[in-house]
Design a protein around this ligand. Sequence first.
Ligand SMILES: NC(=O)C1=CN([C@@H]2O[C@H](COP(=O)(O)OP(=O)(O)OC[C@H]3O[C@@H](n4cnc5c(N)ncnc54)[C@H](O)[C@@H]3O)[C@@H](O)[C@H]2O)C=CC1
Ligand SMILES: O=C(O)CCC(=O)C(=O)O
Length: 445
Amino acid sequence: MSSYVDEIIEQVIKQNPSEPEFHQAVREVLESIRVVIEANEEKFRRDALLERLVNPERQIKFRVPWIDDNGDVHVNTGYRVQFNSAIGPYKGGLRLHPSVNLGIIKFLGFEQIFKNSLTGLPIGGGKGGSDFDPKGKSDREVMRFCQAFMTELCKYIGADTDVPAGDIGTGGREIGYMFGQYKKIRGLFEGVLTGKGLTYGGSLARTEATGYGLLYIVEELFKSHGADIAGKTVVVSGAGNVAIYAIQKAQQLGAKVVTCSDSTGWVYDPEGIDVAALKQIKEVDRARLTEYKKYRPNSEYHEGRGVWAVKCDIALPCATQNELDVEDAVLLVENGVTAVCEGANMPTTEEATKYLQNNGVWFIPGKAANAGGVATSALEMSQNSERLSWTFEEVDAKLKNIMVNLYHNIDDAAKKYGFEGNYVVGANIAGFEKVLDAMNAQGIV
Ligand SMILES: NC(=O)C1=CN([C@@H]2O[C@H](COP(=O)(O)OP(=O)(O)OC[C@H]3O[C@@H](n4cnc5c(N)ncnc54)[C@H](O)[C@@H]3O)[C@@H](O)[C@H]2O)C=CC1
Ligand SMILES: O=C(O)CCC(=O)C(=O)O
């Protein structure tokens, strides 16, 4: 008889064709927790535990009609996948990008279950988004899209049921428009979204949280190996929310970040990325990285991709899924990389992950390394519930504490099951154990 884990992986592929990213995410988690499942396989099989784990509790797909500045009507597709509420209300971002489809949202929602569990906070897993592209749209067009999107989504979310947030293409501007529409239709001023503006219930440090959290875990990783990130050379991909604040914190901690990238090209700045210039280009002007040279004449701009060919000690992929493949991993290893820690969700392919691990690179997967964002969203929910706002220092200190504990939690789980140093296995097992306990306690639901 084939193992329960193998059967479920096969079933997921068969029942969800054309969703390769979802297959990839499920395969990675189930392979990691195989040791836990096989220790008690008969019970788990009888409870259909894995079938319940890999099937979302609910998935919503809806039409989003909106009107552009010329009066023409466009129709996009909206999604919200409410994957698992065993440990708390569904929590996870909304992605606005032309590549969005159900499989992408399912992979992200599945990852979110274990990530949210690892934060130690009471949040379940969910994710949503649309194939709408905010790039090149006017503010009014983005507003009309966000209003149309929320007109439907508002029926399924709430401060105690499902709390969306930002992700690729969804930043403070989009969250503001969505919050306004939710309040107007539902008549509720509540913490239904996180990543809100500071004047209407947002948390200090949420903007910085994913990037800062990434560096806090990298710092702890190095510390626990008797090393220091000060003086190290860092390569970052992406130039969005996660990348910008990862670069900022890395530099505050004494490292030098020499690259960043967007979907058309990448920058190499041998003197270290100028964060103020990057923020102006990406957060204010919403422009391309081609602009960077105007601020830093000694930097280089290259079309296409290429950051992983730059020699570094630490590589932080912070753009999107499967952006670091095995050829990139080979280059990183040849150039002597020490650590690869994922700021984005699943940016490293399965083959590249194995190659890095087999070559002694310290590899921390996204569900652990980028958990600081959602953790701080949960802190925003807490502040909204008590109708208070904490200081930046208070939130930042809690974030740091969460990331340090998270590192030791995944490190200990890996050791406990005989996989010392394998943070992929450690993160998946540690995240799964809490969800498993809650699912068992709540019966077959
Ligand atoms: N914003 C957050 O709090 C969190 C974000 N993440 C993940 O981090 C990653 C980046 O998200 P954000 O920085 O929030 O998004 P963002 O929209 O602020 O920035 C995304 C960046 O990635 C680049 N990018 C997007 N698609 C690309 C593609 N197909 N090829 C090359 N570059 C591409 C964009 O040009 C941009 O620089 C995503 O994987 C997201 O799921 C993970 C945890 C929390
Ligand atoms: O802050 C949140 O709720 C979600 C952040 C997110 O989308 C992620 O962790 O991938």
